[in-house]
Write a protein that binds this ligand. Structure first.
Ligand code: FAD
Length: 467
């Protein structure tokens, strides 16, 4: 049998694995990366990038509809009128696929540039230093390594009584539709369900979202999600909270909060009830690593309970975010090269690309309170921001949480159009240990949404200028 020997073997070419491999290559570590599917993993192929492409296309289509003579919103206040738009979904999906191809091709080129050997195939762990790969060309290859980095990612959770197949789809299929269904039921009002449900609504589907909790985006506080709930209503999305899906029988059977059972007629069902680490089917269990449920347990250097076996990204549990996987991957490569690193970010940004977008970085007010910190919170509404008015997006606000004693900023949250781009400023200020005075005293360009960041800090200090 063909055998390769390397210093670092990475299983999984998602954002965690490919970044680790690129950095290892830059540092001169002999590295092999094994990928069973496409380079770029969930994020580039069936996650972050395709979902944002579909959301953008849906927004553009909806916007064009607002300018049509028969728009339910009446004539555009901007004075623009146009014919009713139409959409060729096959072309939309083709455009999205083009972006994915460009990005995944780029990953391949970067790995090559950094001398990483990519083996296309499915890896099975034999022991902590040996992996057997069933290559896509049919060959079986054994690879021996000094360091084994597990970056196998996650998979969509299936409802046992409503398995994927036919018209029951996961986000993967929902991101490559051949047609837009007349009626779509989305199970789960987390960020994936709401992002995709909103996009389908804007593309013309009648959308019902069923959620077991009593509010949308249960991981975020109600003040933040209120503008999103209002927008879902405005868009005509039928939201069924405190409701449980029971199964599929001439429609989706749902038990409502009052115990009543109803049947929602539908052409397609998108199940978006969460993702779980891909912990089975590739020999991981043979290593008998310490686990946190289905996630591989790691320390603050991404070491597992076995020496020189590392785990990063979704496989290592929440928060399952691409930027966390990348940061962990980069760090592990540096530790293997001999650098001293720990994974202790001051904050991990999280964004929901809903309409409007939601950003959370650092502590929310409830977390500060739970930690026993005497904190100030203040928010600045986009309704008082000139730039927000010029882009017709005055819904939402920026909120800051800071220590009362020394004004150290603990957290930022925002909801509003385009606020995902504010996450950078939020992360910088927290990671650099900024105080309210630092942000309040920084000149912010006018007119920008970012002025609301400065004004929130000033408001927390008791002297906002524009409210
Ligand atoms: C619809 C959707 C939208 C999302 N949007 C965002 C977003 O906006 N922002 C964000 O931060 N995150 C988002 N995510 C989450 C993000 O995609 C993941 O957090 C990220 O991809 C995790 O990276 P990873 O490297 O850990 O794993 P993955 O990206 O899952 O990559 C793992 C790779 O390992 C390969 N693999 C697995 N087992 C084997 C094996 N035995 N042999 C060989 N190869 C194997 C898989 O084929 C896969 O390519 C989204 C996810 C979804 C589903």
């Amino acid at each position: 049998m063909n055998q390769l020997v390397t210093t670092l073997l990475v299983i999984g070419g998602g954002p965690g694995g490919y970044v680790a491999a690129i950095r290892a290559g830059q540092l001169g570590i002999p590295t092999i990366l094994v990928e069973a599917g496409q380079l770029g993993g969930t994020c580039l192929n069936i996650g972050c990038i395709p979902s944002k492409a579909l959301i953008h296309a849906a927004e553009e289509f909806e916007k064009a509809g607002h300018y049509a003579a028969d728009s339910p919103l009446g004539p555009s206040p901007l004075g623009i009128s146009a014919a009713a738009p139409s959409i060729d979904v096959t072309r939309t999906v083709g455009w999205k696929d083009g972006i994915v191809k460009r990005l995944t091709g780029g990953v391949g080129a970067l790995l090559k540039k950094n001398d990483v050997q990519v083996v296309n195939g499915f890896a099975r762990i034999l022991d902590g230093k040996t992996v057997e790969v069933k290559r896509t060309d049919g060959e079986v290859q054994r690879i021996r390594c000094e360091h084994l980095l597990l970056a196998a990612g996650s998979e969509a959770v299936e409802l046992p009584f409503m398995p994927f197949g036919g018209n029951v789809v996961s986000s993967t299929e929902a991101l490559s539709p051949q047609t837009i269904p007349k009626q779509l039921v989305v199970v789960g009002a987390g960020y994936i369900g709401l992002e995709l449900g909103t996009a389908y609504r804007k593309l013309g589907a009648e959308v019902t979202v069923v959620e077991a909790a009593d509010r949308i985006l249960p991981a975020y506080d109600a003040e933040l999600t209120k503008p999103v709930a209002a927008s879902l209503k405005r868009l005509g999305i039928d939201l069924r909270l405190s409701s449980s899906v029971l199964g599929l029988n001439a429609g989706v059977r749902v038990q409502q909060a009052n115990g009543e059972e109803i049947v929602l007629s539908t052409d397609r069902v998108l199940v978006a009830v969460g993702r779980r680490p891909r912990a089975g089917g590739w020999g991981l269990e043979s290593l008998q690593l310490d686990m946190n449920g289905r996630a591989v347990k790691i320390d603050d250097q991404c070491r597992t309970s076995m020496r020189n076996v590392w785990a990063i990204g979704d496989l290592a549990g929440e928060p399952m975010l691409a930027h966390r996987a990348m940061a962990q991957g980069e760090m592990v490569a540096e530790i293997i090269s001999g650098k001293r690193r720990h994974f202790t970010p001051a904050a991990m940004p999280a964004v929901c690309f809903t309409d409007p977008e939601v950003v959370v970085v650092g502590m929310v007010p409830g977390e500060a309170e739970a930690a026993g910190i005497d904190a100030i919170k203040a928010h600045f509404p986009f309704a008082a921001n000139g730039r927000a008015m010029t882009i017709e997006s005055t819904d939402g606000f920026v909120r800051v949480v800071a220590r009362r004693d020394n004004h150290l900023i603990l957290g930022w949250q925002a909801v509003g159009r385009g606020v995902s781009e504010l996450s950078t400023a939020f992360s910088h200020s927290i990671e650099l240990g900024a105080t309210l005075e630092d942000v309040g005293g920084t000149i912010h360009a006018h007119p920008t949404l970012g002025e609301a960041v400065q004004e929130a800090a000033l408001r927390a200090l008791g002297h906002a200028l524009h409210i």
